[in-house]
Design a protein around this ligand. Structure first.
Ligand code: HEC
Length: 238
């Protein structure tokens, strides 16, 4: 900020020397008018192994929650899981939300990890979001980005569900965690903290598994498989 003011003042000084015009104290006001509002935030990512790499993760200023952002910055995976500081200068007057989200390649939000409503008229000259912990692994992310995104529900959406499995938001957790597989009764569909006794992962990844309906082509992003594994390893939080 200070650096910028100096830079701009410098330009003005330069201009003043060249044309040797007015007296000094008009330019800080000029500058203020052009400066706009800055939004800044600091995030710490819990469970960094589930940091998305296929979905761009962005901090953005949005007018509505479904459309592409008015402005955004992409966040790359931090080394040693240090806090990540991000900021957006010159917020558009149309900004209504600041969001941290996984996006599609066109930057439309796909899954939101953090959001804050903004009243730009009351914002002053900066909006500061203090250090905030972000849960990268959540059951909500699994339900949205795996079961709903990959249309599992077209076969596992209505009772009793293909393979006797229902994956709707109200049923999926209880249908998976600590429930014996109907296809392979030697395993559970999901066992907390035991990825080797979690048939769900085999169904989605094992090319040699003999299912009536092969599933290995359904989940197309590695991020979503990593998410499932991290969730299981960490005890299947709800
Ligand atoms: C086109 C229909 C269809 C879609 C889409 C589908 N499934 Fe299935 N699923 C089945 C069928 C049929 C079975 C039973 C296969 C068998 O018995 O050999 C099954 C079985 C399973 C099982 C094993 C259940 C058990 O108890 O052994 C799991 C886990 C599973 N599906 C998860 C998923 C997930 C997750 C998705 C989305 C990524 C998905 N399925 C998408 C049809 C589908």
């Amino acid at each position: 900020m200070i650096k910028k003011i100096l830079k701009i003042s410098g330009c003005f000084l330069g201009v003043m020397f060249l044309f040797s015009c007015d007296s000094g104290d008009i330019y800080p006001k000029e500058y203020e008018r052009n400066e706009g509002i800055t939004a800044s935030a600091t995030f710490v990512f819990d469970n960094p192994n589930a940091f998305p790499e296929d979905y761009p993760l962005i901090f953005g200023a949005f007018e509505d929650k479904q459309s592409i952002p008015l402005a955004s910055v992409r966040i790359m995976k931090p080394k040693n899981n240090e806090p990540v500081k991000v900021s957006i200068d010159n917020l558009s007057p149309d900004t209504k939300f600041l969001m941290l989200c996984l996006t599609k390649l066109g930057r439309q939000p796909e899954f939101t990890l953090f959001e804050k409503d903004i009243n730009i008229d009351l914002a002053g000259d900066s909006i500061v979001i203090p250090e905030t912990n972000i849960k990268l692994v959540s059951y909500e992310r699994i339900q949205n980005l795996v079961f709903e995104q990959y249309t599992c529900l077209s076969c596992h959406g209505e009772s009793p569900g293909a393979g006797n499995l229902l994956l709707t938001a109200d049923k999926s957790y209880n249908a998976l965690v600590n429930i014996v597989s109907s296809k392979n009764p030697a395993k559970n569909r999901v066992t907390p903290s035991d990825i080797n006794n979690s048939f769900l992962l085999e169904v989605l990844k094992d090319e040699n598994l003999d299912l009536n309906r092969p599933h290995t082509g359904f989940v197309t992003r590695n991020d979503d498989i990593v998410l499932l594994k991290e969730w299981i390893k960490n005890g299947c939080q709800r």
